[in-house]
Design a protein around this ligand. Structure first.
Ligand code: GAF
Length: 377
């Protein structure tokens, strides 16, 4: 049945989908260097009710933004031409069309429980839920990695943020109970069991509620610096820099590129180390790896900030096995791995430390590995 027929019959193709936000356990700022990441999908997700239209209009409603729907003609969509939250669903429709799929408009109602501006991939969740809905409603047959690539292209080309592939792959390809070990070069993936409860552990998420304005421009600069370093070293990407040759390679680089390159190389090694421990079932061994990753992001990559540093330091001092900022940085969220019986004490200590420092109270919750994008109705 064609869309037009089904509309005439009073049953336009429609349904409800969900796609989650994520935290990344380890492997930060490695994805645009062809490196390794280890994200976990959150139970918090963007949900979309989608009904196809045949008149070329995209009517977008957000429960969180409120107000009337944003109405856009799909034929008029141009990169950079849509502001606010509506740019994410619009980006996906534009990208599908740019990729040659003859898709049109829809009524899209989005209701997301992923905190925005918290480094938890709320925008990727919206992109991925719309991509998944269009894929199903139009029978496009795209698999998970293809949907993630499409959503990444939407973010890169339409929204204008040069992000890597981690967030979109996490939102589409994560599975319940597992972390996603992903090689961002070829998108080879492995689901790694993360039975936190079985190990007597908890993963605390601390949303610092801080978002620094410089984040977007700084991200692009960091990415450009990594690509420049790889070019200077004659490598396809920094992933190809062998840790054994790191010291010698750093000597060949200008001083300002040495710390970020050191971060990327040591961070990829930390992902491999984390995987080795997880494969042995030793989840607690992740703790020191997380804390070392934070130090590298703070000192070498310089994407931390006083609030995330305070959350990490306080969590570790209060008994967490390890803690680090997660996501792009410049604010956002921190994860802390704790024993089940120290979870509350760690959360309370961080909240008190924020109050004492004059910061707004952080939002805390416990992460449980959830499933990626799927149809729910
Ligand atoms: C952001 C980006 F969107 C990801 O691609 C990744 O680079 C991350 O920052 C840092 O690891 O979430």
């Amino acid at each position: 049945m064609t869309d037009a027929q089904s509309v005439r019959d009073g049953a336009a193709p429609a349904g409800v989908w969900a796609a989650p936000g994520r935290v990344n356990l380890i492997g930060e700022h490695t994805d645009y260097n062809d490196g390794f990441v280890l994200p976990v999908a959150l139970p918090q997700a963007a949900r979309a009710d989608v009904r196809l239209r045949t008149d070329g209009l995209l009517r977008l409603h957000s429960e969180q933004a409120g107000g009337g729907p944003v109405e856009l003609a799909v034929a008029d969509l141009v990169p950079g031409g849509v502001d606010g939250w509506a740019k994410y669903p619009a980006a996906v429709v534009w990208t599908l069309r740019a990729a040659g799929y003859g898709v049109g408009g829809a009524d899209v109602r989005i209701d997301s429980s992923v905190p925005t501006g918290a480094g938890l991939s709320s925008s990727a969740a919206i992109e991925c839920v719309v991509a998944t809905a269009y894929n199903d409603l139009h029978g496009l047959g795209l698999d998970g990695p293809a949907l993630a690539r499409l959503a990444q292209r939407a973010e890169n080309e339409f929204v204008g943020v040069p992000c890597g592939i981690m967030d979109q792959m996490a939102s589409v390809c994560c599975t319940e109970g597992n972390a996603l070990f992903l090689d961002t070069r070829d998108l080879a993936q492995r689901q790694v069991p993360l039975d936190l409860a079985g190990a007597g552990l908890r993963l605390l998420v601390i949303d610092t509620r801080v978002k620094h304005d410089l984040a977007d421009g700084a991200y692009a600069e960091l990415r450009a610096g990594c690509e420049r370093a790889a070019a200077l070293l004659g490598l396809p990407a920094l992933r190809d820099l062998d840790p054994a040759g790191l010291a010698a390679a750093l000597e060949r680089l200008p001083a300002e590129l040495r710390p970020p390159v050191r971060h990327v190389v040591t961070e990829n090694a930390r992902v491999r180390e984390a995987i080795a421990h997880l494969d042995l079932g030793d989840l607690a061994a992740l703790g020191p790896i997380l804390t070392a990753g934070h130090a590298s992001l703070r000192d070498d990559y310089e994407v931390s900030c006083p609030e995330t540093d305070l959350a990490v330091d306080t969590a570790v001092a209060a008994g967490a096995l390890g803690a680090r900022m997660t996501g792009g940085g410049f604010g956002g969220s921190v994860i802390a791995l704790t024993a089940a019986d120290t979870l509350d004490a760690v959360a309370a200590a961080v909240t008190t430390a924020f109050t004492d420092a004059g910061y707004a109270a952080p939002r805390t919750f416990t992460a449980v590995p959830a499933r990626g994008a799927h149809r729910i109705g």
